[in-house]
Design a protein around this ligand. Structure first.
Ligand code: DGL
Length: 256
């Protein structure tokens, strides 16, 4: 069984891609909704939350982990050191797989939109530069939590307006959704790009690269069993889970 974790609904975008590629993978998903959003938190807070989430999953017999949250991509270093003596075989994070894939496939100017924690961590900049690529970064501080709360399209469009402006001003050709919450509204983002930006922009969801990497490196044979554990109950989460996994096709437990 694979352990996948995020601050809330965002990891469902990764789970969706994983199930598309490996429908029989068994997954235990931990959504830390009680502590969402992760984006405004400090590095120390995120390291502590990441360690807690991984120890919690390990207690449930998980040995292979997907950190389906860009905001903790840097924070996984301490758990990797403490739990696996520095070995990275048992953990997949969001940034490496998408940088590798974009290095092979995309050209032109790249803009990564993400939470403040991800932008501050410089993880995207350093990983892309290790592939010889330069990127632009833009924080959208309110977007992940607005998605987590199920805010309506009008509110989301208002939050996304500066992103469209940046795409126009900087002549962006690849827009990377560097927060796992954002692909849940990819249709809206794509529609806005088509209507408001004159040049062609490819909207990239890193979940596809991460799911591919998971299929290659982890055990995805099983029964397709999906268990959710949430640190706080959420109707929005249940709605997305019904849509992505199917109503009554999963178990959901809330712990406080
Ligand atoms: N979905 C997470 C990410 O990819 C966290 C968003 C948040 O809780 O602020 O960064």
């Amino acid at each position: 069984m694979i352990g996948l974790f995020d601050s809330g609904v965002g990891g469902l975008s990764v789970l969706k891609e994983l199930r598309r590629l490996a429908p029989y993978a068994d997954v235990l998903y931990f959504g830390d909704i009680a502590n969402a959003p992760y984006g405004p938190k400090s590095r120390d807070e995120l390291v502590a939350l990441t360690l807690d989430a991984m120890l919690f999953l390990r207690d449930r017999k998980i040995t292979q982990f997907v950190a389906a949250c860009n905001s903790v991509s840097v924070s996984v270093i301490r758990p990797i050191t403490e739990m696996f003596g520095g070995k990275t075989d048992n953990i997949i994070e969001m940034v490496g797989p998408v940088a590798r894939s974009i290095a092979r496939t995309q050209h032109g100017k790249i803009l990564v939109v993400a939470t403040q924690a991800t932008v501050d961590s410089s993880m995207y900049k350093s990983t892309f530069s290790s592939y010889g690529m330069e990127i632009e970064l833009l924080a959208i501080p309110e977007l992940a939590f607005a998605i987590e709360q199920g805010r309506d399209e009008k509110a989301l469009q208002k939050i996304l307006a500066p992103t469209m402006q940046a795409c126009r001003d900087q002549r962006i050709s690849t827009l990377v959704l560097g927060c796992t919450h954002y692909p849940l509204i990819k249709d809206l983002i794509t529609k806005m790009v088509q209507e408001e930006v004159s040049q062609e922009v490819a909207v990239v969801d890193p979940a596809t690269s991460v799911a591919c990497e998971t299929v290659v490196r982890f055990d995805t044979t099983g029964k397709g069993q999906i268990d959710f554990i949430l640190s706080k109950d959420s109707d929005v989460f249940r709605r997305y889970a019904d849509k992505i996994v199917g109503a009554h096709q999963y178990n959901l437990e809330t712990i406080y």
